[in-house]
Ligand binder design. Sequence first.
Ligand code: ZN
Length: 202
Amino acid sequence: MCDLLQLTRFQFTSLLSFNIDYIVDWALTWFTLKLEPSHDAFFTFEHASRHRTFKFKLFLDELPTLEKLKRARLDLYLDELTCRSCIDRMEDLMHLFMCKKCHLHMQQILQSYQNHLISKIQEAGKLADIDPTPFITKLTSLSCWSFSSTNWSSYALVRGCLPKLFVDLLVHPKKFCVEGYRCCSQQFYSKIQKTNLESTFL
Ligand SMILES: [Zn+2]
């Protein structure tokens, strides 16, 4: 993991040091990246496999954005090409979430991820007879719940670099644990996949 963090694609993590509420827990990040998505009759093994690949490509900034394609295939892509949706900005990974044509939708996906986590934590609180309010307050006060060009914590969250607070999520309340997180995370990344990213990248 230390070697990975030396790569340019992870330089954004150094900017997170200005953000005291969002400290990446790399052990947790690695653990959740390796979590196998669950599959059933509707979300098949093939879906789960594509889902896992998508998550890793997102983490490694390996999705073939236009900026990446320009660098890889100088013979095919003109340097002047801009995002196909807004025809205004360069299409790098951050732009996929910031593009004015999909920003609102991406923000809704992020909000529904937060809502899903809260509902699972409340369920777990009831089962364990624990008041989940203090934890939910900490969760919602994290800076990662809105996309902006200067908010590196939301970028870190979608890349899969999870904050230390999420360690508590997987440990307390007891009944939430890994299954609760897997369910929320799977739905979150599936929604991102189902946007225009899916037709472009898979
Ligand atoms: Zn755009």
